[in-house]
Design a protein around this ligand. Sequence first.
Ligand code: ADP
Length: 165
Amino acid sequence: MPEPVLQHIAVYPGSFDPITMGHLEVVTRASRLFGKVILAVAGDAEKDHMFTVHERIEMARDACRDIPNIAVDSFEGLVVDYARAQGAQTLIKGLRAVSDFEREMQMATMNRQLAPELDTLYLMAMPEYTFLSSSIVKHVHQLGGDISRLVTPFTRQLLDRRLEG
Ligand code: ADP
């Protein structure tokens, strides 16, 4: 594998409830740019999730297991505080459509005020994943649709188990 462009540490935060191929594609590209990428799973306090933070970490670890410079961790509270504590210089975000833009612009501006030394880097979603979100995966799966190309086999297993109750 070629050397990453930067030796810096980047944090890729999100709910990952569950991790999808869209997330995996973004974090893989980020791993080619940065010395280390921390995929940071937001804790259970944030919002209602289908999966516990432990399950979300497990699915993300399984998805990223072949990429040595990706670490999977969880955090509570402000992303900027977590990123600072990890010695990161950059936050990574994926952008799917114009609909993501407004929220992301607001968040990046707020984060810049909170931590001016941290920058947010946006990676555009691949065309085949621009429609893909964790929510749509859960919804389609609940209705019996085929999601096998959208998540890893392990994540699909956990989704199946959740559906069976
Ligand atoms: P979601 O918005 O799917 O519920 P998260 O909160 O887990 O997901 O998202 C974490 C980050 O991954 C965000 O920056 C989000 O924009 C990005 N992301 C989510 N899905 C995709 C995708 N299909 N392609 C590229 N980036 C994505």
